[in-house]
Write a protein that binds this ligand. Structure first.
Ligand SMILES: Cc1cc2nc3c(=O)[nH]c(=O)nc-3n(C[C@H](O)[C@H](O)[C@H](O)COP(=O)(O)OP(=O)(O)OC[C@H]3O[C@@H](n4cnc5c(N)ncnc54)[C@H](O)[C@@H]3O)c2cc1C
Length: 404
């Protein structure tokens, strides 16, 4: 094992949108940042690949907007929810700001562009590197143990960030919590692939509700569509874990999905993942450790705002650390940083997480989903109001002073 002499200001594990957002903001503010990612990019990732309109404002702040827009993704002007009985309601993208458009772009492209930007902003980026342990000193986190092939090294940092996504690979270590066995307490399984020949309406992200789950179909770059869907684990087991059998048995119970997917076929590998739970987790699991993105809170995917919250929480953590960095460099207490992060996080996200949790409950019960689509179909004003509640308030969206 080697022990690097360098101490970074911030060590971040995970280079999804949360980790790269934090790394870019911190590095442009002059912090010494280490970003480690277990995979080599570009890599495919299970996701609906619906990049909500507000993300484009974050891309501008991160100085990657031009690259994202010129990557050949699809412009998505509305999200349309289809019930099992064939009813539909739409949510125009422009409700989230004048002239706003969502983007359909693969995670492979999006994450790669953010990672390249983190490098050019000055972060040291290590791919193919697994953050395998937290370095602990009397219960306080002082950095990461990194594993790259057979090489293991310890890397110290004033602040460590868990941006490892839903697995919360670092925070989980503190409580000695093992991942549940596959099929154990998981009740939902998600699948995704890129499809050819899907009949999705141009400019739409279509969401289909069916017993036990829902799925989202929208165009991405390269003339293909991304189909990502969630099904009950018991239905998946009944279909021998074959995603195409689950589509035939469950998804096709939604007539719109049966039409748009009738002649579609996968042109990429199917990815799958088990879903454990939704909602808030610990933001500061130990002194010296913050969580961001899905590691801090996993919002229901149909809200289409997981990546937005990842970008925002990365920015918020960066801002909080930047505010406290000089103090931390003088070995001052971590407590004020922890307090500020918890407070600001609550202000930004708590209401949104609560509303999405209520909508999620409706989405999984076909009769409630049917009633919700009928109800929201009656009043555009109400629909707009609820849709806005799942997104940042305009007041809170202003970039913090000094941030890029
Ligand atoms: C079925 C489904 C559909 C979704 N659809 C959408 C959608 O359409 N739009 C939307 O906005 N959101 C969607 N989301 C949510 C979105 O994918 C997440 O909110 C977002 O990816 C969170 O970003 P993150 O950076 O926190 O984590 P992630 O994107 O999960 O990134 C975590 C990174 O950490 C790395 N990592 C993990 N462990 C380690 C380790 N020990 N060491 C080093 N690296 C590690 C991983 O390889 C990964 O690259 C969906 C989610 C699901 C499950």
């Amino acid at each position: 094992m080697t022990n690097s002499g360098d101490t970074y200001d911030v060590a971040i594990a995970g280079a999804g949108p949360a980790g790269t957002s934090a790394a870019i903001h911190l590095a442009t503010q002059g912090a010494r940042v280490l970003l480690v990612e277990q995979k080599r990019f570009p890599r495919a990732k299970l996701c609906g690949e619906f990049i909500s309109p507000e993300c484009l404002r974050h891309f501008e702040r991160l100085r990657v907007a031009d690259q994202m827009i010129s990557a050949g993704g699809a412009t998505l002007t509305q999200t349309v929810f289809y019930s099992r009985k064939g009813r539909s309601v739409n949510v125009p993208s422009e409700w989230f700001g004048a002239n706003e458009r969502a983007l359909g772009l693969s995670r492979s492209e999006m994450d790669q562009k953010l990672l390249e930007r983190a490098k050019s902003a000055g972060a040291l980026v290590l791919e193919d590197t697994h953050a395998s342990e937290l370095l602990l000193d009397n219960g306080s986190v002082r950095g990461l143990r990194l594993k790259c092939g057979s090489e293991i090294r310890d890397q110290h940092a004033l602040v460590t960030i868990d941006a490892t996504g839903r697995t919360r690979a670092l925070a989980r270590k503190l409580h000695n919590r093992r991942k549940p066995e596959p099929g154990g307490r998981y009740r939902l399984v998600a699948f995704k692939a890129h499809l050819e020949n899907a009949q999705v309406a141009e400019g739409a992200c279509e969401i289909y509700s069916y017993p036990g789950g829902y799925g989202g179909l929208s165009s991405v770059e390269g003339g293909v569509s991304n189909f990502c869907f969630i099904a009950a684990a018991k239905d998946v087991r009944r279909c021998g874990s074959d995603p195409e059998a689950v589509i035939r048995e469950s998804v096709f119970r939604n007539p719109r999905a049966a039409y748009t997917l009738a002649h579609a076929h996968a042109c990429s590998e199917w990815l799958s993942v088990s879903l454990e739970s939704f909602g808030r987790r610990k933001l500061v699991p130990a002194e010296g450790l913050l969580t961001i993105g899905d590691a801090a809170a996993f919002i229901d995917p149909f809200s289409g705002s997981g990546m937005l919250i990842a970008l925002e929480s990365g920015e918020l953590a960066a801002q909080t650390i930047t505010n406290q960095l000089e103090r931390l460099r003088r070995s001052a207490s971590f407590a004020p940083l922890a307090r500020e992060y918890r407070l600001e996080y609550g202000k930004k996200f708590d209401l949104r997480l609560r509303v999405c949790s209520l909508l999620r409950r409706a989405a999984f019960v076909p009769s409630l989903a049917e009633a919700a689509i009928l109800f929201f179909g009656i009043s555009t004003r109400l629909r707009r109001k609820v849709a806005r509640t799942t997104r940042p308030s305009r007041k809170l969206e202003t970039p913090p002073p000094g941030m890029c």
